[in-house]
Ligand binder design. Structure first.
Ligand SMILES: [Zn+2]
Ligand SMILES: [Zn+2]
Length: 145
């Protein structure tokens, strides 16, 4: 085994979760190795639940996985988690409030942003969410007996 060490671009960053400084290599998420392990475990739990249950509200998801609603929204905004097509969980575009299945911005706002270089908004491609289908107010539930 050869140890190829991309010494290229490691930058010290503060871990998003524990605020400790660690070497960030410019890929992946901004967690230190130990938080990354915790984070992955939590993330897998959410993913598994969504695959198994498909439809859940943020509250249900949070209760079932023991992950805070805030944390679930963070995953959605990071584009790591996408709301299944038949789900009732939605997050809102940070600019226009359109319902999204993931990300921070709706495609329309993202394309506006990319043309506005004076804007201080920067976003990652996976922060651009897919717009949610418009649904009439009420949530529907899975028929479970
Ligand atoms: Zn950390
Ligand atoms: Zn928008």
């Amino acid at each position: 085994m050869t140890t190829s060490h991309p010494s290229a671009s490691s930058t010290p960053k503060n871990c998003k979760r524990c605020k400790r400084i660690f070497n960030y290599y410019g890929i992946g998420h901004m967690y230190c190795p130990s938080c990354l392990a915790i984070d992955n475990e939590i993330f897998e739990r959410i993913k598994k639940y969504l695959y198994e249950h498909g439809t859940a509200t943020t509250e249900e998801l949070s209760a079932a996985t023991n992950v805070s609603i805030h944390q679930i929204e963070v995953y959605l905004r990071e584009g790591r988690l996408e709301i299944p097509a038949n789900s009732n969980i939605f997050i809102k575009c940070e600019l226009c409030g359109a319902k999204l299945r993931s990300g921070r911005y709706c495609p329309a706002c993202a394309s506006k942003l990319s043309h506005t270089f004076t804007s201080s908004y920067t976003y990652d491609q996976n922060e651009v969410g897919e717009a949610a289908p418009s649904q009439s107010g009420k949530m529907h539930f899975l028929s479970k007996d």
